[in-house]
Design a protein around this ligand. Structure first.
Ligand code: UGA
Length: 437
């Protein structure tokens, strides 16, 4: 099938490459010429495991092309809208400028019978408005809301083998033709038994934000327990293991530490609260405000811990921060807890050096005032305290004995609860962590 993908960021670039991998002919369009130039050479504009290989393969097959000219989408039967919906400046609500602009740019090329598929994360009610606009210009085309659940770092796997496929179709219509076309697009994952939920627009849009809110709540729940553990001398990792054995609770997404960041969970829960307010049901989501504050408190606590291990002051102390990306296997620094902690310590007078295997360039662009080093050893040379902020394998696997040779003082704060305290203490380190004795 001929498919178009509008917006080639984390979501769109991966979606386009995966659709080509599934055998479709795909054209990806983005307004950012430098991003398109990279993609057109088969290069990924961001770090995502497996994506460069997939792009090379798909470009080689001749089934994938990228461009900035929207007219290239003409002739595609299915058009995926994959643009970003960032948080509005100074407000909790989502900024829908890019979604609106993508649809407007696409409209002249939508033919009768085409299906426009929304994948961006939007406030409930957006699909209904977009469908209205589509009907004004091309009444014989259909809009389906098909939210995306991919995780950065596992984006290729999540797109090719999703946990579920949700299709939101306009209430009062059967949408049979649109469903059939989308089933054709996703024939391979469907044949693997991927569960499918066909529902209305409102439900489909809510599924996405509900899922991200649940995940954020799970993380903040365990981080709230970490606060209790800190007050009582208990160990939050053992607590998580123990409650996680209950299949109703489950151990995944119960890793206590610096909390969640990135381009999705923080802004999605805020946009969800803003939308609930508009709908007059803000009380229903007031718990998300608490989820957000628990999350932000972890960053403050991390800085406090670094101060505690440095005998009460970080002024003039050299702090090595391991990690800049919001999570491992990503170069994304949007709302990164690691960088927020690094910046706070810098503001409070510490000499901070940040390292990351993939995210230094992005971090430097966003936080030019911080100092960066290419490796953990270089960042930690002469450090008074080391702060592990993003749990890359390189940092989990550090040898406390050898690493102890480069620092000025063996003090480490484990912001992700991934190091073995016994091993580090045996090597002479003062080990502290969030939620562990
Ligand atoms: C998240 C969701 O997991 C995806 O399902 C969703 O599609 C995506 O947002 C989106 O809306 O596009 P992502 O932002 O890639 O995916 O990252 P996650 O793996 O969810 O991690 C989010 C943050 O939570 C990271 O900062 C991570 O370090 C933190 N986290 C995660 C914890 O602190 N503890 C955990 O146990 C798990």
């Amino acid at each position: 099938m001929r498919i178009s993908v509008i917006g080639c960021g984390y979501l769109g670039a991966v979606h386009a490459a995966c659709m080509a991998q599934l055998g479709h002919e795909v054209v990806g369009v983005d307004v950012d010429a430098s991003k398109v130039a990279l993609l057109a050479e088969g290069k990924a504009p961001f770090f995502e495991p497996g994506l460069p290989e997939l792009l090379t393969e798909a470009m080689g097959s001749g089934r994938l092309e990228f461009g900035t000219d929207m007219s290239a989408v003409a002739g595609a039967q299915v058009h995926f809208i994959c643009v970003g919906t960032p948080q509005k400046r100074g407000e909790n609500a989502a900024d829908l400028r890019f979604v609106d602009a993508a649809l407007e740019a696409l409209l002249p090329y939508v033919a009768p019978g085409d299906v426009v598929v929304g994948k961006s994360t939007v406030p409930v009610g957006t699909a209904e408005k977009l469908a209205e606009r589509l009907a004004e210009v091309q009444p014989e085309a259909t809009l389906v809301w098909n939210p995306e659940f991919l995780r950065e770092g596992f984006a290729v796997q999540d797109t090719l083998h999703p946990d579920r496929l949700v299709y939101g179709i306009q209430a009062g219509t059967e949408g049979a033709r649109a469903v059939r076309l989308l089933d054709e697009v996703y024939a391979t994952p469907l044949s693997e038994g991927t569960p499918q939920v066909v529902t209305d627009y409102a439900t489909a849009q809510l599924v996405k934000v509900a899922a991200n809110s649940f995940l954020a709540t799970k993380i903040s729940f365990i981080n709230a327990m970490a606060e209790l553990c800190e007050a009582t001398g208990a160990d939050v990792t053992q607590l998580a293991d123990a409650i996680g054995h209950d299949a109703r609770i489950g151990r995944r997404f119960l890793n206590a530490g610096l909390g969640f960041g990135g381009g999705c969970l923080p802004k999605d829960i805020r946009a969800f609260m803003a939308r609930a307010g508009e709908l007059g049901v803000d009380q229903a989501l007031s718990f998300l405000r608490e989820v957000d504050s628990i999350n932000m408190r972890r960053r403050v606590r991390m800085v406090d811990l670094a101060r505690e291990v440095c005998d009460g002051s970080i002024v003039g102390r050299k702090v090595a921060v391991l990690g800049a990306a919001f999570k491992p296997n990503s170069d994304d620094v949007r709302d990164s807890p690691a960088l927020s902690v690094a910046a706070q310590m810098g503001l409070q007078g510490a000499r901070v050096v940040v390292t990351d295997p993939e995210a230094i360039a992005n971090a430097e662009a966003k936080w030019p005032d911080l100092t960066y080093a290419p490796t953990a050893e270089q960042a930690a040379a002469g450090a008074d305290v080391v702060v592990l902020a993003t749990e890359w394998d390189q940092y989990r696997d550090l040898d406390p004995v050898a690493f102890g040779e480069v620092v000025a003082a063996r003090r480490i704060v484990d912001g992700r609860n991934v190091l073995d305290p016994g091993k580090w203490r045996a090597a002479g380190w003062t080990y502290r962590a969030l939620g562990r004795p």
